[in-house]
Design a protein around this ligand. Structure first.
Ligand code: IPM
Ligand code: MG
Length: 364
């Protein structure tokens, strides 16, 4: 088998700790990985003066997949925007063309009580948010600051961004959503703000057109404000949600919280060649960095997604996912998902338990 090249970018905060556990898990799979690490985010800024050094970007581009930890720390908040850790992730998305972001929100049976919603609302929850990741107001030009020539206060200082989507950008993410739905419950909800925004009336029109190519998939449309409401009212009614970059950013955080365990949720960002960046849905949690208590499961599950989507190793992905199920069934919990009657473990113990569960299935 040709080697599978993985760029390992641990980043900041709890990033290095959780990444160490994911690497440990990958290493017991006995696959020909070629892993190379590089600095990213604040750690890269400290060492090289830039959150996404050329060498890191080059490594990412040359790899089959990128396994990413997390970036950011309050201490970088006063830097100029282009030097902040978040720019590393935006730069990777843009430079690798990672337009399709998969954010599953799954409520694990054993963790139903960790949700802030009533158990009956979230038990069995399994939704998939597909967020367009390289367009919209995040990347739209022009943007900047200037003196207003019109508006409510002409002559005053103002800032502006540009929301825009082209037809091909909408078409390709719509195809991704319909194809993903075919492997699930065959339902897509496209989330927009067509009642107010030109960009999202166009979004809705184009998604509707693409939907005609998928007569087996049911398509409905929802305004983003209503979608936010429905997510906390009756989240199980959704199957696949497809939406733009900014709405997807907001709704995916809400959806993650429904599961009560953002520390458990992986995510994948893919380009047209299926090259992908895989990262936990949570952030760098600088407040608990270095304490050995962070939950490594989202990163471990991101590694499983990586095996499935970019490295064509579905069996290995299954083995990781069953191992995670099995450690949860054993009652092991990091502090973020701990509840009475379960066993509290640290980051490393959790990683070790996943490794043990994998080795056990291999031998047995
Ligand atoms: C996310 C994050 C990023 C985003 C930030 C860190 C730039 O919130 O991945 O959801 O807004 O996309
Ligand atoms: Mg976000």
């Amino acid at each position: 088998m040709t080697s599978l090249k993985i760029a390992v970018l641990p980043g900041d905060g709890i990033g290095p700790e959780i990444m160490a556990e994911a690497i440990k898990v990958l290493n017991v799979l006995d696959l020909p990985f070629e892993m190379e690490s590089a600095l990213v985010g604040g750690a890269a800024y400290d060492a090289f003066g830039h959150p996404l050094p050329d060498a890191t970007l080059k490594l990412a581009k040359e790899s089959d997949a990128v396994l990413f930890g997390a970036v950011g720390d309050w201490k970088y908040d006063t830097l100029d925007r282009p030097l902040r850790p978040e720019q590393a992730i935006l730069g990777l998305r843009k430079n690798l063309g990672l337009f399709a972001n998969f954010r599953p929100a799954i409520c694990y049976e054993q963790l139903v009580d960790a949700s802030s919603l009533k158990p009956e609302l979230v038990a069995g929850l399994d939704i998939l948010i597909i967020r367009e990741l390289t367009g919209d107001i995040y990347f739209g030009q022009p943007r900047g600051r200037r003196t207003a020539v019109d508006g409510h206060f002409p002559g005053s200082e103002e800032a502006f961004d540009t929301m825009r989507y082209s037809r091909p950008e909408i078409e390709r993410i719509a195809h991704v959503a319909f194809q993903a739905a075919r492997k699930r419950d065959k339902r897509v909800t496209s989330v927009d703000k067509a009642n107010v925004l030109e960009t999202f009336q166009f979004w809705k029109d184009v998604v509707t057109e693409v939907g005609k190519e998928y007569p087996d998939v049911a398509l409905d449309h929802m305004y983003v404000d209503n979608a936010a409401m429905q997510l906390v009212k009756a989240p199980k009614k959704f199957d696949v949600i497809v939406t733009g970059n900014m709405f997807g950013d907001i709704l995916s955080d809400a959806a993650a919280m429904l599961t009560g365990s953002i520390g458990m949720l992986p995510s994948a960002s893919l380009n047209a060649q299926n090259q992908g960046l895989y990262e936990p849905s949570h952030g760098s949690a600088p407040d608990i960095a270095g304490k050995g208590i962070a939950n490594p499961l989202a990163t471990i599950l991101s590694a499983a997604m990586m095996l499935r989507f970019s490295l064509q190793q579905a069996d290995a992905a299954d083995r990781i996912e069953s191992a995670v199920q099995s450690v949860l069934a054993q009652g092991l919990r990091t502090v973020d998902i701990y509840s009475a009657g379960t066993t509290k473990v640290g980051t490393r113990e959790m990683g070790d338990a996943v490794v043990a569960a994998i080795t056990k299935t291999t031998k047995g």
